[in-house]
Design a protein around this ligand. Sequence first.
Ligand code: ADP
Ligand code: MG
Length: 294
Amino acid sequence: MMGTELSVRLWHEDPEQGRALVEQFFAEAQRINLLMSTYIEDSEISAINRDAADRPVTAGDELFRIIQRSLDISTLTRGAFDITYESVGQHYDFRARARPDAATVAENLPLIDYQMVDLNPARSTVKFGAQGMRINLGGIAKGYVVERGIDILRVAGVRHAVVSAGGDSRLLGDRRGQPWMVGIRDPRVDGEVAMTVPLQNEAISTSGDYERYFDEDGVRYHHIISPSTGNPVTGVHSATVIGPDAVMTDALSTSVFVMGVDLGLRLIATLPDYESIVIDDEGRIFFSDGLMQP
Ligand code: ADP
Ligand code: MG
């Protein structure tokens, strides 16, 4: 679902109830996907993308709030995280190895601008400032699914669990007396991990240039787009962020990827609850100040 694999692991005294909670999580993920997927023609977000340049479009509470949060993170990251990246991003099709030519990128680049998304909280409407603008929540929706999953489990009294959606995970408690061991993928060797991090009660997200991509003439065209150039970001192979909230770690891992090692780690240094591990395009590994080097 959502172009990725969802998983949930939990301990429960009662196997029946445990299984029911797993089902409840998948149903919830499905519900969120129907709101937020740009691939589903009658999703709420598709209606916004179709009509918001012409007139204010009403968004449901939940979608409105996640768009609002996305714009707040744009402010925090000075535009590195920008859901309007889709104005250019929509012209990629990674499966078909299709990408926009330079003219298409140049023409649509001015439409990547979160400040041109006008939210009206009183009316719960979204309006775009220009024709051709699009939004896509791919950099934050999986973190949201993970948070919702954890909420479901926590309310049901589960105390040890891990919920993942692709590169985004959140851990509830520990692994019954041991920390959870979370692997960070080697960005260039399939099936290998670059390192393993012991964690409990935290969220962890990794953004990589190996999730959705194709290579052409030695250039990797991948799914994380620089809002300043309209092209896939260069310089970083993966960015991981660890912290209390999966919505934030998801959006921040995308943001740190876009900002690069220096600016990205500088941003993380201003956020006391968040840490980061960045692997650059030479395979060098950088840690934020709050993490001990192994
Ligand atoms: P993944 O776990 O699939 O690697 P990420 O959290 O790294 O996902 O987010 C990548 C997704 O974010 C892309 O597929 C795209 O939908 C979206 N995206 C790409 N560039 C940006 C950007 N500059 N700001 C916000 N979202 C982006
Ligand atoms: Mg992310």
